[in-house]
Design a protein around this ligand. Structure first.
Ligand code: CA
Length: 234
């Protein structure tokens, strides 16, 4: 494996310099940018393995930049760690909903940051090796072969029906599914279940996702059914 390349997007020069120096000392290659225009230029020139993105930037925010990354086919899978001084639960959820892989709150230690960079890089590497049966939507990572789900990097235990339901929803984020369509996808043909069963399992699914805050991604569409919210920029 080549040396891990990290994009450092941070507008405050002293912090940016400190980060770059420390990361280079830790053995990473660094691409330094003070704003999102520079960051885009940097990504165009040389691919990176991990992006370290500051939330508060002049002009386009780190969250908006993250939203852009997640819409770009070639950059969609790039692991992103959001760096910010905003540390409330709501801020963290917004970060994960926007598609961040991890989140660090200022001030942080360089040891913690480098460990997190290596962890998201490892996760992305494992994913790339067998990406066919893996689906990622924002903080949700589903592995159909291993029958595992991670929300914000943490494992979530799901029953079979909840797993299949989520799998269907993750296949097409933003699409509205009727209960009948979800029944078709999540239960075997001829299973003796009614549409009310879908509601029960959606409830269980939301409960399982609640600790990560990802339950909010499953939206009820009144009179129709359900959909998984697309990760959005805010
Ligand atoms: Ca800043």
């Amino acid at each position: 494996m080549h040396c891990t390349r990290v994009l450092v997007l941070e507008d405050e020069r002293p912090i940016r310099r400190m980060l770059c120096t420390a990361l280079e000392r830790a053995g990473f290659q660094v691409c330094e940018s003070a704003d999102t225009t520079e960051a885009r230029r940097c990504l165009k020139e040389t691919p990176v393995d991990v992006a370290l993105v500051d939330w508060m930037l002049p002009g386009e925010s780190g969250i908006a930049f993250l939203g852009w990354l997640r819409r770009e086919p070639e950059l969609r899978a790039l692991p992103v760690i959001l760096v910010t001084a905003r540390g409330t639960e709501g801020d963290k959820l917004s970060a994960f909903e926007a598609g961040a892989d991890d989140y660090v709150t200022k001030p942080f230690s360089m040891a913690e940051l480098t460990a997190r960079i290596r962890a998201v890089r490892r996760r992305a590497g494992a994913q790339g090796a067998a990406s066919r049966n893996k689906t990622k939507v924002g903080p949700l990572e589903l592995d159909a072969d291993a029958f595992t789900l991670h929300a914000g990097g943490r494992p979530v235990r799901l029953g079979r029906a909840e797993f299949r339901l989520l799998q269907a929803l993750m296949d097409e984020p933003g699409r509205v599914w009727t209960r009948a369509q979800l029944l078709d996808r999540a239960w075997s043909v001829g299973a003796d279940v009614g549409e009310r069963t879908v509601d029960v399992h959606i409830l269980r699914l939301r409960k399982a996702l609640a600790p990560s805050g990802c339950d909010r991604m499953i939206e009820t569409v009144r009179g129709v059914g359900y959909r998984l919210a697309r990760p959005t920029a805010s």
